[in-house]
Write a protein of this length. Structure first.
Length: 290
């Protein structure tokens, strides 16, 4: 049983899944404060459904890439390439989680369920195969990667409607995806090349890739201030956003100067802290529109 749990955690990429669920959960709480009431049973439904849907997308990703995972040191011990789980077992688990998660999220509202299915499709069946074709895959992958705050926010409403708030939450996470993805791609470039993945902007660890990464990181400073400009983020949030953006950009500048894996690792770690810091700051310094 312990081995199955370990393999299941690797199949669903547990840490990545929890990160996605955290983003959706915080956005749900933001949406709940906007509409005036936090319904905790709905928060639980979102968390469970989001966990299952994200797990399904990661499971489909590993099924599709099972032969490529055998080629990379980072992934060869995953349950399918290692032979501890066959494709059929992984497919049944992923289908079950995808269907169950979608049905759970539909209980909140139809839009939440539709967006969850859309995110599975984009991540597993469009982004995944494109990783070997072109660096444009990062742009494609950034869309499902930025959907969790949209899904979480809409889940807080019986009849969700489009406004600047969920759109800006999406934009922040969308832009964040680029320096985040490219920092990881820089660190893992040697391993990725074994499987033919082309994720760095120029497909190389060069000055141009570092420059593009730096530009997107700098862009996060004004993008991160959008909640303040649109009057739903407080001044404390604004200060935290600027400080976080400057620190994040400083790590990107170091990568631009050094062009080394150590600097890319520091940028990657900074990306892990930047996004949840911004989301929590906004949650606790949210200005309720009148």
């Amino acid at each position: 049983m312990r081995n199955f749990i370990s393999d299941f955690n690797k199949l669903i990429k547990l840490r990545l899944t929890l990160t996605v669920v955290f983003s959706a959960s915080v956005s749900f709480l933001i949406g709940s404060k906007i509409q005036g009431d936090i319904i905790w049973i709905n928060w639980f439904i979102l968390t469970l459904g989001g966990f299952l849907v994200t797990s399904a997308a990661n499971g489909f990703n590993e099924i599709i890439e099972k032969d490529l995972d055998k080629l990379m040191s980072r992934t060869m011990d995953r349950p399918i390439p290692s032979g501890r789980m066959n494709t059929g077992q992984a497919l049944v688990l992923s289908l079950f989680m995808g269907i169950a998660g979608t049905l759970i999220l539909v209980k909140l509202n139809f839009l939440t369920g539709v967006l969850s299915v859309f995110s599975i499709f984009l991540y597993a069946f469009l982004y995944t195969p494109m990783k070997r074709v072109s660096p444009i895959a990062v742009f494609v992958g950034a869309i499902p990667g930025a959907l969790p705050p949209l899904i979480g926010y809409f889940a807080a409403f019986d009849n969700p409607s489009i406004s600047w708030i969920p759109v800006i939450l999406f934009i922040i996470q969308f832009v964040w995806q680029f320096p985040h993805f490219w920092a990881i791609a820089w660190v893992l470039d040697d391993d990725y090349k074994k499987a033919g993945f082309r994720l760095l902007p120029t497909t190389q660890r060069d000055k141009t890739s570092a420059t593009i990464t730096l530009i997107t990181t700098l862009l996060l400073i004004p993008v991160g201030l959008m909640p303040l400009f649109y009057d739903f983020g407080g001044y404390a949030y604004g200060v935290i956003s600027v400080i976080g953006g400057i620190y994040f950009s400083w790590q990107a500048i170091r990568l631009f100067i050094n062009l080394d894996v150590l600097s890319a690792k520091k940028l990657m770690y900074a990306s892990f802290f930047y996004l949840p810091l911004l989301q929590l700051a906004l949650l606790f310094d949210l200005v309720i529109p009148r």
